[in-house]
Design a protein around this ligand. Structure first.
Ligand code: ASP
Ligand code: MG
Length: 403
C-alpha cells in the first residue's frame, strides 16, 4: 500500500474545530486506501508564545532548555490530533520526534536531521494505524531533545516521507501553495504551479515563508515530490499543480526568468577587521550560523538571520569583549531577493533590479548573487516597497508567468 505523509501547519490546527477538520481530511485520505503518516506543528502561535515566556524569565535562555520548552508545543498538538482522529472512528497513535526515530546532530534550537529510524511508525502502519508525529523535533545521538529551527515541521515531514518511501509529501497550510511573492505584501502575486527543488530552496533561503529550506534539500536528495496545498481544499487530484504547488524534479525553465521575489525581515550585518578565524570561532562557540559570508582583503562582512539567534545579548557581549571596535554590528536590516534559475547568466537582471530600486531612491547596503538568486540588503522599512517594485518589474511586466 502506498504511504502518504501529510504535514499540517500551526494555523491549520490553531483551535479544536480546525483540528477536527484536519482529522476529517486525514480520514478521507485513509479511506482512499493509503497508509497515512501525519506530521503536525504546534497550535497557532504556540511556539512564539513559548519563546516569549522564556524571554520573560531570562534575556539569554539556554538553547538546551529552549528545546525542552519549544518541543512541548508539537507534543500538545500531536496528542490532540490523535484524539480527534480516534473520535472520528480512526485508529491513530501519536509519537514524539524521538519516538518516531528522528535522530539529529547535537546543535540545540537549529539541529539537523542526520538519520531517520522509522521502525516504530512502520510497525504501526502495518497494524493499519494512522501515525501522528510531532514535527520540528528530534533526539540527538547524545539523547538530548532537539528542535530543527523555525518552520522545522516541514523537515520532519519530508525526512519521514523519504525514510518511508512515501508516494508524496503534502504540506498543508492556510494558503493553497507557493506564490511568486508574499500575497500580504504584493497584491499582484500569483500561485506557482510547479517549482524545481532548487528554485524552492532558494526561495526558502531568501526568507519566503513557503517551505523549510532543509526540508526541500531532503526532498531533492531522495526525489520526493512535495505538494503544497490548502488544508481547506480538496485532496490532491491527478494534477495537483492545478490547485496547489508541486515541487519536484522539473525540466529547466527558460533560463534567466525570475519566478519569485522573497523578503527576509530581520537581519544583522556583522562587519569585522578581526582575523577571520577568530571571528568565526567566536560565533561557532555560541552556535551562530551565518547566511552569507564575504571576506575581502582583511575585512569580513557576514549576514546573520535573527530568527534562530536566541542568545543575542550574550553574542553581542562576547564580540565586544573579544574584538572591541574591530567588530561592528548593524541591525534594522532586511533583504529582498529575486529568484530564478540562471538569472545571473548576464548582468541584465542585476542591472534591471538595481535600477528599479534606485528609481525609488532605495540603495542597497549589500548586493550578492548566486546562480539562482540576486539579494539586495536594505533598511527593513523599505522591504515591502522594494518587493512590490521588483515583482512588478520582473514578473508582472515583461516576463511570462511561470507555468
Ligand atoms: N512550531 C514551529 C514553528 O513555529 C515549527 C513549525 O511550525 O514547523 O516554527
Ligand atoms: Mg509553528
Amino acid at each position: 500500500m502506498s504511504v502518504v505523509v501529510q504535514k499540517y501547519g500551526g494555523s491549520s490546527v490553531a483551535d479544536v474545530s480546525k483540528m477536527r477538520r484536519v482529522a476529517e481530511r486525514v480520514m478521507q485520505t485513509k479511506k482512499l486506501g493509503h497508509d497515512v503518516v501525519v506530521v503536525v506543528s504546534a497550535m497557532g502561535d504556540t511556539t512564539d508564545e513559548l519563546l516569549a515566556l522564556a524571554t520573560q524569565v531570562t534575556p539569554n535562555p539556554e538553547r538546551r532548555e529552549l528545546d525542552m520548552l519549544l518541543s512541548a508545543g508539537e507534543r500538545i498538538a500531536m496528542a490532540l490530533l490523535s484524539m480527534a482522529i480516534r473520535e472520528l472512528g480512526g485508529d491513530a497513535i501519536s509519537f514524539t520526534g524521538s519516538q518516531s526515530g528522528i535522530i539529529t546532530n547535537d546543535r540545540h534550537v537549529d539541529a539537523r536531521i542526520v538519520e531517520v529510524r522509522p521502525f516504530r511508525g512502520q510497525d504501526e502502519l502495518g497494524r493499519g494505524r494512522i501515525v501522528v508525529i510531532a514535527g520540528y523535533q528530534g533526539v540527538s545521538y547524545r539523547r538530548e531533545v532537539t528542535t530543527l529551527g523555525r518552520g522545522g515541521s516541514d523537515t520532519t515531514a519530508v525526512a519521514m516521507a523519504a525514510a518511508l518511501g512515501a508516494e508524496y509529501c503534502e504540506i498543508c497550510s492556510d494558503v493553497d501553495g507557493v506564490y511568486s511573492a508574499d500575497p500580504r505584501v504584493v497584491p499582484a502575486t500569483k500561485r506557482i504551479g510547479t517549482l524545481s527543488y532548487e528554485e524552492t530552496q532558494e526561495l526558502a533561503e531568501a526568507g519566503a515563508k513557503v517551505l523549510n529550506a532543509q526540508a526541500v534539500e531532503f526532498a531533492k536528495e531522495k526525489g520526493i515530490a512535495i505538494y503544497a496545498r490548502a488544508t481547506s481544499g480538496p485532496l490532491p487530484g491527478p494534477d495537483p499543480s492545478t490547485d496547489g504547488t508541486v515541487v519536484r524534479l522539473n525540466p529547466p525553465r527558460m533560463p534567466g526568468r525570475v519566478v519569485g521575489v522573497a523578503i527576509e525581515k530581520d537581519l544583522l550585518l556583522v562587519e569585522s577587521t578581526a582575523p577571520l578565524s577568530d571571528l568565526l570561532s567566536a560565533l561557532d562557540e555560541r552556535g551562530v550560523a551565518g547566511k552569507q559570508l564575504r571576506h575581502l582583503g582583511s575585512a569580513t562582512a557576514l549576514i546573520v538571520s535573527r530568527e534562530n539567534l536566541h542568545e543575542e545579548a550574550r553574542v553581542r557581549a562576547l564580540l565586544a569583549e573579544r574584538f572591541g571596535d574591530r567588530v561592528h554590528l548593524t541591525d534594522g536590516l532586511g533583504a529582498v531577493s529575486a529568484i530564478g534559475a540562471g538569472i545571473n547568466a548576464s548582468f541584465e537582471n542585476v542591472r534591471l533590479g538595481t535600477a528599479t530600486l534606485a528609481s525609488a531612491k532605495l540603495h542597497a547596503h549589500d548586493l550578492a548573487t548566486s546562480s539562482f538568486r540576486i539579494t539586495w540588503t536594505l533598511d527593513r522599512t523599505h522591504l515591502d516597497t522594494a518587493a512590490r517594485m521588483l515583482h512588478r518589474t520582473f514578473i508582472e511586466e515583461n516576463r511570462e508567468v511561470a507555468p
